[in-house]
Design a protein around this ligand. Structure first.
Ligand SMILES: Nc1ncnc2c1ncn2[C@@H]1O[C@H](COP(=O)(O)OP(=O)(O)OP(=O)(O)O)[C@@H](O)[C@H]1O
Length: 236
């Protein structure tokens, strides 16, 4: 699989209505194939920034590019929302196909297989556990675009066992190729376990107060390394 795209974020200003700007002069790049955690307090604008990068929200001054193409014109990224957002009247397979008319049943089946749900293609959302619904949402993102994944708090409001399961799945999906991944979290632990770079936002307008490389590969991080990485993130 080809390496994911590089992102260039140059937001001169983003505000909603007459409120204080969320972002002013926010600039950073994301290298092709990197896995970046975006950490910051509630309300700072993480979800908004993810939507801007996805090209869903283009109402801002500045430019965001995906491999040099303005985000709104770039291929649709794989996007995982905070809640699974499955359509209740469609099966798992058809929930995946619904977001991309070009997605064939075979491609949807393969995406389900990648998240361990090969046998659940014909089940409806009410027949799936919360964890399975999250898996379908991840499969749907992968089916749309496996090379650029944007995930908004993918592990929020899951119990500990499911968080561990979803993190394992995340690593497997990322390890399958070299996608560019940007995920939002408010937990240093998510960043320490999954990312190879962490960007910490604080204040308003949101400012990058830390941009930390985590050089040891996620699968090689032992408890001591994780504790060290968590501390590096929590310091800010
Ligand atoms: N469509 C909108 N219209 C007006 N204000 C909005 C809109 N979307 C977001 N906001 C405001 O922008 C700010 C940032 O919201 P956003 O959801 O991006 O933050 P966040 O960092 O992702 O928060 P959380 O971690 O709680 O999800 C909030 O004050 C929110 O109320």
């Amino acid at each position: 699989m080809a390496i994911g795209p590089g992102l260039n974020i140059a937001v001169d200003e983003k505000r909603f209505g007459v409120s204080e700007p969320l972002f002013k002069g926010l600039r950073f790049d994301i290298a092709p194939g990197s896995v970046v955690a975006l950490i910051g307090p509630s309300g700072i604008g993480k979800s908004t920034l993810l939507r801007m990068i996805a090209g869903i929200d283009s109402d801002f001054a500045g430019i965001i590019t995906v491999d040099g193409t303005p985000a709104a014109m770039a291929p649709t990224p794989g996007f995982v929302f905070q809640d699974p957002r499955l359509l209740p009247w469609l099966t798992a397979m058809n929930n995946i196909r619904a977001v991309d008319p070009r997605c064939t049943p075979k491609q949807a089946a393969s995406a389900l297989q990648r998240v361990g749900l090969a046998d659940a293609a014909g089940l409806y959302p009410h027949q799936l556990s919360g964890g399975m619904q999250r898996r379908v949402a991840l499969a749907r993102a992968v089916a749309v675009n496996a090379s650029l994944l944007l995930l908004d708090e993918p592990f929020v409001s899951l119990d500990r066992a499911l968080v561990a399961e979803m993190r394992t799945l995340f690593r497997a999906v990322v390890g399958d190729g070299q996608p560019t991944v940007l995920f939002v979290s408010h937990l240093a632990d998510d960043a320490a376990r999954l990312a190879d770079r962490v960007i910490v936002l604080q204040q308003r307008p949101a400012t990058i107060v830390a941009d930390i490389a985590l050089p040891i590969a996620p699968r090689s991080r032992d408890e001591a390394v994780l504790a060290d990485y968590r501390q590096m993130v929590d310091r800010h």
